[in-house]
Write a protein that binds this ligand. Structure first.
Ligand SMILES: C[S@@+](CC[C@H](N)C(=O)[O-])C[C@H]1O[C@@H](n2cnc3c(N)ncnc32)[C@H](O)[C@@H]1O
Length: 390
């Protein structure tokens, strides 16, 4: 691999600019935002840093080839032209992930299969032996993206998605994806200082991501492995240096990060997750309802991922959102409150005019991330909004 090469970090819709900013801060060059992705240039050190430190990237890909294909034979031929022995041992293990936006190909699994056939055939013809497919512990993870007839072949330096930070166990609390959570916090412009409150913390994802931002802690410090660690060109000393440097750049949190939830189970899970993430001393949690919560002296920021209640009648879920609005104006003067929800009708029942509305996705759900500024006089404005609904 050349000393400086092109990379693409994949992300979620709406987080492209945040990711581009993160990459610039890491020292990446030629940073350019695209749809759900940011392209950039750098060397191996940049690639290691990107995997370890980016909060809003899902994957860091290294494009190695682009060609056109309108049918499976052209795909097979194009893949076979790449010298795969450069990237994979002849008896190595590989996995292929495919995403499609094409009228010429409609089954991603079939494209993966054809790609695998071309690679395996190349090895067998050259060496008489072949690599095998391993879905869970591959030496090389290959990413195929086909846009119309344009096939992009990339090596996936992350392998498992970077949102899997390694601090969360499975939970039934509808947790938000770690990348979405970090992206939401960065979108608010929060600098990791002052009062931060999540009154419906669930399993604590937003709190943990906030604490990691406050400590300048690399989000993937606790992750077991990255794809690049199994590559032929892996430089363990360089990665060790990148890790040590990132750890040395960590700081004491200057934030007061507080969470609560109405269920005790959520609080228990949040505590366990905080411990696993190494932020248990930076996050305080308690078991209470939002209806009993109060803002801290001096104001701050509150980010809420409430129940969306898509299947509930609007009267019922609307009353919950109205309660949130009432509580915000009553007890959270001086706060910037951000609420994410897929339920646009319910969001209107908050009864305050948002000063920002950002489209985002929570998984497959299209959401809005609304900012409400609560200052003296918000109460009167709320009354007005209630008298004149949108
Ligand atoms: C969508 S989940 C939040 C998920 C969380 N962001 C995470 O990543 O795990 C909504 C949470 O709101 C809590 N909740 C619902 N009504 C509440 C209320 N009135 N006061 C406090 N918490 C409440 C639920 O217990 C649940 O944990």
């Amino acid at each position: 691999m050349k000393s400086s090469f092109n990379m693409v970090a994949k992300t979620q819709f709406g987080l492209e600019e945040v990711l581009a900013e993160e990459l610039r801060n890491l020292g990446a060059e030629e940073v350019e935002a695209h749809n759900r992705a940011v392209s950039f240039r750098g060397d191996l050190e940049t690639m290691y840093k990107a995997n370890l430190c980016l909060r809003t990237a899902l994957k860091v890909l290294i494009p190695i080839q682009k060609f056109r294909a309108k049918n499976e034979q052209q795909l097979y031929d194009g893949i076979k032209k790449i010298n795969w022995a450069e990237y994979l041992d002849k008896e190595g293990r590989l996995v292929i992930h495919t995403s499609l936006k094409s009228e010429f190909f409609n089954h991603s699994q079939y494209v993966s299969l054809k790609t695998k056939d071309a690679i395996v055939d190349q090895f067998r013809e050259k060496f008489g032996v072949r690599p095998s497919v391993d879905l869970t512990h591959p030496d090389l993870s290959i990413d195929i993206h086909i846009n119309r007839d344009e096939v992009s072949v990339s090596l996936d330096s992350s392998a498992e998605s970077l949102h899997r930070r390694g601090y969360r166990t499975d939970s039934t609390l509808a947790p938000i994806n770690e990348v979405t959570a970090a992206g939401m916090i960065l979108l608010t412009g929060w600098k990791g200082e002052g009062n931060y409150y999540d009154p419906m913390c669930g399993s604590g994802t937003l709190l943990i991501e906030a604490a990691m931002i406050a400590k300048n802690m690399p989000p993937n410090l606790n992750r077991a492995q990255f794809g690049f660690e199994r590559w032929n060109n892996y430089q363990p000393e360089l990665f060790d240096m990148v890790r040590k440097e990132a750890v040395a750049n960590m700081r004491e949190s200057k934030a007061n990060i507080v969470g609560s939830d109405k269920t005790f189970k959520a609080i228990e899970i949040t505590r366990e997750n905080c411990t696993r993430a190494g932020v248990d001393e930076d996050v305080k949690v308690s078991n209470k309802r939002f209806e009993e919560s109060k803002g801290a002296e001096g104001g701050g920021i509150m980010i809420i991922n409430p129940p969306y209640g898509e299947r509930l009648p609007i009267e019922e879920i609307g009353a919950f959102y109205k309660m949130m609005g009432d509580q915000m104006k009553k007890e959270f003067e001086g706060y910037d409150v951000w609420i994410i929800s897929s339920n646009i009708e319910a969001l209107k029942k908050v009864g305050l005019a948002p000063s920002k509305k950002i489209p985002l996705y929570n998984g497959a759900l299209e959401c809005r991330f609304h900012k409400f500024e609560i200052y003296k006089g918000t109460r009167d404005k709320k009354k007005l909004a209630e008298q004149n609904p949108e």
